[in-house]
Design a binder for this molecule. Structure first.
Ligand code: 5GP
Length: 213
C-alpha cells in the first residue's frame, strides 16, 4: 500500500543563511543529526581550516590555484568571495541526488543563495535566520572564542550588510530560542517536501485513485 511518506519524490535544496553568530551552524548540525533524509552540501573554500574542523566534513579545503581551476572547469553551482576567501558549491552529485530524492542542506550566504535560486528555482527553499538583537549577536561572536577582535568587528559590520538581504528569502525565522527556531525550520522542511511538484510519485498514485471499478 502506498502512502504519502513512501511515494517517490524529488529532493530539495534547503538553504540556511544568516549573519555569522545567529545560530545557523548549531541548527544545521542538529538538523543533520536528527533528519536522516537530508545531507550537507559540503562547500569548497580557500580559507584556512579552523580548530575542530575536518577536511571534507565542514569544507573541502583547497588552495587558490585549485579553486581557480574548478571555476574554469565549471565545477561550481555558484561561488563567491567572503572575507577575502573564496567559497563555492560543487555541482557533482547534487543534481543526480535531487532526482533520486536526496535533500541537501546549504549553509551559504545571500550571494550564493541568489545564484542557486537563479539556476534552480524549483528545488530551492530559502530560509534566513535573524539574531534577536545586535547585542546578542556580538555576545555570541565573542563567546565562540575562535576569532580575533578585529575579525569580530568585521563580522559585526558584515552581519548588518548580510541582514539587509533578508527580503531575498522565502522564510525568515528569528532565533531568540534555539529549540523554537529549530522546530520552525523542521516545519518549513516538512512542508517543502510535501509540495505537489516535488511529489513525483503522486501521478501514478492519483491515476490509480481515479480508476473506475
Ligand atoms: P565561514 O568561513 O565562517 O565558515 O563562512 C563564511 C561565510 O561564507 C558564511 O556566511 C557562509 O554562509 C559563506 N559560505 C560558505 N560556503 C559557501 C558557498 O559554497 N558559497 C557561498 N556563496 N557562500 C558560502
Amino acid at each position: 500500500m502506498a502512502d504519502g511518506d513512501t511515494l517517490h519524490r524529488r529532493g530539495l535544496m534547503l538553504i540556511l543563511s544568516s549573519p555569522s553568530g545567529a545560530g545557523k551552524t548549531s541548527i544545521a548540525r542538529r538538523l543533520l543529526d536528527e533528519d536522516g533524509d537530508i545531507r550537507l552540501s559540503v562547500s569548497v573554500t580557500t580559507r584556512p581550516m579552523r580548530e575542530g574542523e575536518g577536511d571534507g566534513v565542514h569544507y573541502h579545503f583547497v588552495d587558490r590555484v585549485e579553486f581557480d581551476r574548478m571555476v574554469e572547469a565549471d565545477e561550481f553551482y555558484e561561488w563567491a568571495t567572503v572575507f577575502g576567501h573564496c567559497y563555492g558549491t560543487p555541482k557533482a552529485h547534487i543534481r543526480s541526488g535531487l532526482k533520486a530524492g536526496q535533500d541537501y542542506l546549504f549553509d551559504i550566504d545571500w550571494q550564493g543563495t541568489q545564484q542557486l535560486y537563479q539556476k534552480d528555482q524549483q528545488d530551492v527553499v530559502r530560509v534566513f535566520i535573524l539574531p534577536p538583537s545586535l547585542a546578542e549577536l556580538r555576545r555570541r561572536l565573542v563567546g565562540r572564542g575562535t576569532d580575533t577582535a578585529e575579525v569580530i568587528e568585521s563580522r559585526m559590520a558584515r552581519a548588518q550588510s548580510e541582514i539587509s538581504h533578508w527580503d531575498g528569502y522565502d522564510y525568515v525565522v528569528i532565533n531568540d530560542d534555539i529549540d523554537a527556531c529549530f522546530g520552525k525550520i523542521r516545519t518549513i522542511l516538512a512542508a517543502g517536501r510535501m509540495k505537489r511538484a516535488r511529489q513525483t510519485g503522486l501521478i501514478g498514485f492519483v491515476r490509480e485513485l481515479m480508476k473506475r471499478d
